[in-house]
Design a protein around this ligand. Structure first.
Ligand SMILES: [Zn+2]
Ligand SMILES: [Zn+2]
Length: 369
């Protein structure tokens, strides 16, 4: 079938809106008609070459829609199901999967990185008959896509699909990072660097775990309003202001837990200095592959500090996403505030440019016809 998609053909090139041919789903694959796709900072990182990916590829990884057809042998989804597509599809067999960390599945990583489905091939071809790769199994900026059945999570139909798209990346990453990795306790002093999609969800989840104080740090002063809406007790704009002494003052020496949700070495250095003895720095932001941070490591043993990485909030997608959807239905996640605006696929370059210039607040989602 013919589909409309945003294709990235090279680093720092604009996305091209192309008509592609999408092949039918093969065994244990489903055809999904997307309803909404969020534009995540990782999409920008891929465009800028900060995350190395194969190209040309159909971009996008934060998406939800409706199952249109199923291939042979599919048992986990049926036509008409509302689904969230997940950008990591655990193989269930490898070491990390067996340890309970399918979020960092090593078994399917090669296919993930190569932009192919589980049989090692792509379902997309362009007008010249050349192969176009998938993005992390789901290819969200495509009107339809073919996804492995283990990469689709059926959800309740009364949950709005524009919010469901964010259940594919920024919500589980934020909430899982707080609950599964940091394990925030009531009364923990917490600071969060970066008020993008992931950072706002970290903030909200930490608020619901009664973190206090709960300090938001961002380089954009106009993000203070949404940070306070999501539960920040304090907001520090670190554009020209050093947040470290302010946080040390607010917390009596340093924060118990700090989250880095940007992917910035400079933020990691600031966060490291703002951390209390016994404190935990949890890094959810993804750095450029060629960047390093200069940290005074003597404090690692002397203050018994630690640094933890976290991918996808260390969630178990099939277990945790339906639970997060139920929680979101209570209104506590403030998803009406998180979704800041909608755009059409043709405007994706404009959204990317605004994100690069730090002109966006909240999450923007592509609305499909
Ligand atoms: Zn993402
Ligand atoms: Zn695995």
């Amino acid at each position: 079938m013919k589909v409309k998609a945003a294709v990235l053909r090279g680093v720092n090139e604009p996305y091209r809106i192309e008509e592609l041919e999408l092949a039918d789903p093969k065994e244990r694959e489903v055809l999904v008609k997307y309803a909404y796709t969020g534009y995540c900072h990782s999409d920008l990182s891929i465009k800028q070459g900060g995350i190395i990916e194969t190209m040309p590829k159909v971009v996008g990884h934060e998406c939800a829609g409706v199952v249109e057809a199923v291939g042979p042998g599919v048992t986990k989804a049926k036509v008409g199901d509302h689904i969230v597509s997940t950008w990591m599809v655990p193989c269930g067999q490898c070491y990390t999967c067996r340890e309970g960390f399918g979020n960092v599945c090593m078994g399917n990583f090669e296919n993930f990185a190569a932009g192919v489905l589980l049989d090692g091939t792509s379902r997309y071809t362009d007008k010249d008959g050349k192969t176009v790769q998938h993005n992390s199994f789901v290819s969200g900026f495509s009107s339809y896509s073919v996804v492995p059945e283990d990469g689709v999570i059926p959800i309740r139909k009364d949950f709005p699909l524009e919010y469901a798209a964010l259940m594919a990346c920024c919500i589980p990453t934020g909430w899982g990072t707080v609950a599964n990795i940091a394990k925030v306790k009531p009364g923990d002093s917490v600071a969060v660097w970066g008020m993008g999609g992931v950072g706002l969800n970290i903030l909200r989840a930490a608020k619901m775990r009664q973190a206090n104080p709960l300090i938001a740090v961002d380089i954009q002063p106009e993000r203070e309003e949404i940070a306070r809406e999501f539960g920040a007790t304090h907001f520090i704009c670190n554009d020209g202001t050093d947040p470290v002494p302010i946080i040390q003052d607010l917390t009596g020496g340093g924060a118990d837990i700090i989250f880095e949700a940007i992917g910035s070495p400079g933020a990691i250095v600031q966060a490291w200095w703002a951390l209390a003895a016994l404190g935990k720095l949890v890094v959810a932001g993804v750095m450029r592959h060629d960047e390093t941070a200069d940290l005074p490591l003597q404090l690692l043993p002397f203050h018994q500090k630690s640094i933890h990485g976290g991918l996808y909030g260390s969630i178990s997608t099939h277990n945790d996403i339906p639970k997060l959807v139920d929680l979101a239905m209570t209104g506590e996640m403030k998803l009406d505030k998180l979704v800041a605006g909608k755009f059409k696929l043709e405007d994706i370059n404009d959204i990317a440019e605004k994100m690069a210039k730090r002109q966006l607040t909240g999450r923007w989602v592509c609305e499909w016809d």
